[in-house]
Design a protein around this ligand. Structure first.
Ligand SMILES: Cc1ncc(COP(=O)(O)O)c(C=O)c1O
Length: 478
C-alpha cells in the first residue's frame, strides 16, 4: 500500500517532463506570436467539436491533454497580446510576469494575511508603495491589488460610500460623464445605488466631463433634496482616450465637499510618463484611484489596483473580525490585506508586478507606455495623409478614432460601411480593431498600447482598412 503514490500527485520525473512541455508551449507562444493571425474566426460547432466531452473518470496522459489544449484552445484564440491587436483594450503582457504567475500559483501563496513574518505581504507592501510613489500619492495613502479595473472602481466607490455617507445612502448621488466605463455604474448598482442616484452628465465636444455642466447639475440636485457625495473622473476614456480635467475637478470636489474617484483603468498608467503626466495633471489629488496593471502596465490577467489617499479609510471600510481570524489580529501591526478589500483568500498578484518592475526597471515601463502613445500618433499621421479618412478624435493616450468616407454616402450608410470595414479586418486575421460609436457616428478605433507593435504593423493595417473601404459596396439608404 505504502508504495502507492500519494493522491493527486505526479512522480518527480513526470513533473519535470510536464514542466518542460508546458514551458516549451509558453516560450513558443512568446517567440512566435507576431507571426500568427491575431484571431482565427471560428464557428461555435468547430469550437465545441474538440472540447464538448463527458467528464473524465480515469486519468488521461498529460501529453495528450496539452496537445488537445494547443489545438482546440490556444491555436484558436484571439491574442490580446498580439502586436496587431488594436481592439478594446489590448493586454500586451510580458514573459517575466507570466513566470511570476507560474511561481505564485505553484507555491499556492496565500496573500490574505501576514501569517508569520514572511516576504509575501512585504512584496505587496513594497509594490503598492512603488505605485504610490509613481502616482505621487501622499505617504498616508494605501492600496490593494484586486482582480482588475472593475473591482478597483468598485472598491474605491465602496470606500467613498463608507467615508462620505456612513451607511446612509438615501438620496445620495454620484456624478460622471456619459463616456465613463460601464464598470462604474455596475459597481454602484452592486453597492446598492439606484438608477436615479447615478447622474450621468453629457460630455463636451471633446468627450470630456465639463466642470461647468457638473456644477450646474449638482446645484440643481441639491435644490431637489439630493445628496451629492462623489464624482468619478476619467483618466482616459475607453472610447477615445479622453482625459477629464482632473485638477479642476479635484478643486471643485474639495470646495463642494465631494469625494473624487479617478478611473485610471485604461489610461492611468500613462501618468508615470512625462507626456502622460501632463495630460493627467491632478491625478495625484484623487481620494481614490483605480488603475489596471493588466492593461497598460503589461501584466498578464488578473491584476488591478486601487490606491486610496488615506490608508485608514480603506481599512475602516473593509475590516471585519471573527473568532477564527484571531491569529491575523495578533499581527495587527503588520498589513493583513484581507482587511483592505473584499477577499480573504487571495493570490499573490503583487509578485508579477514586483518581478517585472525589477527585471526590466521602471524606465523600460515608461518607454513602453510612451511608445503606445506615439503609435497612435503615427496612425494619425498616416490617416491625415489620405483624403479617404476623417479623424473623429485625434491620437490621445494611445487611442485614435476615425472613419472611412466615401462621396455620396449619407450618415447611416457611412456607419454601415465602417462597421463592415471593422468586420473585414477581423476576418482577415491580420489585425483586430473594434468599432465604437461617438456621438451618432459609427467609427473605427485603434488602441495602440502594445510596445511590440512596429511601424510596419501600423502602416499595413491602415493600408488594409483603406482597401476594404474601397471594395465594400454600400448603397445610400435614403
Ligand atoms: C476606463 C476603464 N475602466 C474600467 C475598466 C474595467 O476594467 P477590467 O476589465 O479590468 O475590469 C476598463 C476596461 O477596459 C476601462 O477601460
Amino acid at each position: 500500500m505504502d508504495n502507492q503514490p500519494p493522491l493527486l500527485t505526479l512522480p518527480e520525473d513526470d513533473m519535470r517532463r510536464m514542466a518542460e512541455k508546458v514551458f516549451d508551449l509558453i516560450v513558443d507562444h512568446f517567440a512566435g506570436l507576431k507571426d500568427l493571425p491575431v484571431t482565427t474566426p471560428s464557428t461555435l460547432e468547430h469550437v465545441t467539436e474538440g472540447l464538448h466531452e463527458p467528464m473524465p473518470t480515469q486519468a488521461v496522459p498529460v501529453e495528450q491533454l496539452l496537445a488537445q489544449l494547443k489545438i482546440h484552445v490556444f491555436d484558436q484564440m484571439t491574442h490580446l497580446d498580439h502586436p496587431r491587436y488594436f481592439a478594446f483594450v489590448p493586454g500586451p503582457s510580458n514573459f517575466v510576469s507570466a513566470m511570476a504567475d507560474a511561481i505564485a500559483s505553484s507555491f499556492n501563496v496565500f496573500s490574505g494575511a501576514f501569517i508569520g513574518p514572511s516576504g509575501v505581504a512585504q512584496i505587496e507592501v513594497t509594490t503598492i508603495e512603488w505605485l504610490r510613489e509613481l502616482f505621487r500619492f501622499p505617504q498616508d495613502a494605501g492600496g490593494l491589488f484586486v482582480s482588475g479595473g472593475s473591482m478597483a472602481n468598485m472598491t474605491g466607490l465602496a470606500v467613498a460610500r463608507h467615508v462620505m455617507l456612513a451607511g446612509n445612502t438615501t438620496n445620495a448621488t454620484v456624478y460622471f460623464s456619459d463616456q465613463t466605463h460601464s464598470s462604474v455604474a455596475k459597481g454602484l448598482k452592486i453597492l446598492g445605488f439606484q438608477q436615479f442616484q447615478l447622474r450621468k452628465i453629457a460630455s463636451d465636444a471633446t468627450f470630456r466631463l465639463s466642470v461647468d455642466a457638473l456644477r450646474q447639475q449638482i446645484a440643481t440636485d441639491r435644490l431637489q433634496g439630493l445628496v451629492p457625495f462623489c464624482v468619478v473622473a476619467n483618466a482616459g476614456t475607453t472610447n477615445a482616450g479622453a482625459a477629464d480635467p482632473i485638477k479642476e475637478l479635484s478643486a471643485f470636489c474639495k470646495a463642494e465637499g465631494l469625494w473624487l474617484h479617478v478611473d485610471g483603468a485604461y489610461g492611468g498608467s500613462a501618468a508615470i510618463t512625462e507626456r502622460g503626466r501632463k495630460v493627467l495633471e491632478g491625478i495625484e489629488l484623487a481620494d481614490s484611484l483605480g488603475i489596471d496593471p493588466h492593461k497598460w502596465m503589461f501584466q498578464p490577467y488578473e491584476i488591478g489596483c486601487v490606491l486610496v489617499r488615506n490608508r485608514e479609510h480603506l481599512k475602516n471600510t473593509f475590516r471585519f473580525s471573527a473568532e477564527y481570524l484571531k491569529l491575523n489580529e495578533q499581527c495587527a501591526e503588520q498589513i493583513n490585506f484581507c482587511d483592505y478589500g473584499v477577499q480573504l483568500t487571495r493570490g499573490f498578484r503583487a509578485l508579477k508586478l514586483w518581478l517585472s518592475l525589477k527585471a526590466f526597471g521602471v524606465d523600460a515601463f515608461r518607454a513602453a507606455i510612451t511608445k503606445g502613445i506615439e503609435n497612435a500618433e503615427i496612425v494619425e499621421s498616416l490617416l491625415r495623409n489620405d483624403d479617404c479618412w476623417e479623424i473623429i478624435t485625434p491620437a490621445q493616450m494611445g487611442i485614435i478614432t476615425f472613419r472611412y468616407r466615401a462621396d455620396g454616402l449619407d450618415e447611416p450608410s457611412l456607419n454601415e460601411l465602417n462597421n463592415h470595414i471593422a468586420q473585414d479586418i477581423i476576418y482577415s486575421g491580420y489585425a483586430m480593431l473594434s468599432p465604437t460609436i461617438l456621438g451618432s457616428k459609427h467609427v473605427l478605433r485603434m488602441c495602440t498600447i502594445n510596445p511590440r507593435t512596429t511601424y510596419d504593423d501600423l502602416k499595413q493595417t491602415v493600408g488594409m482598412l483603406k482597401s476594404f473601404g474601397e471594395h465594400i459596396e454600400v448603397k445610400p439608404i435614403s
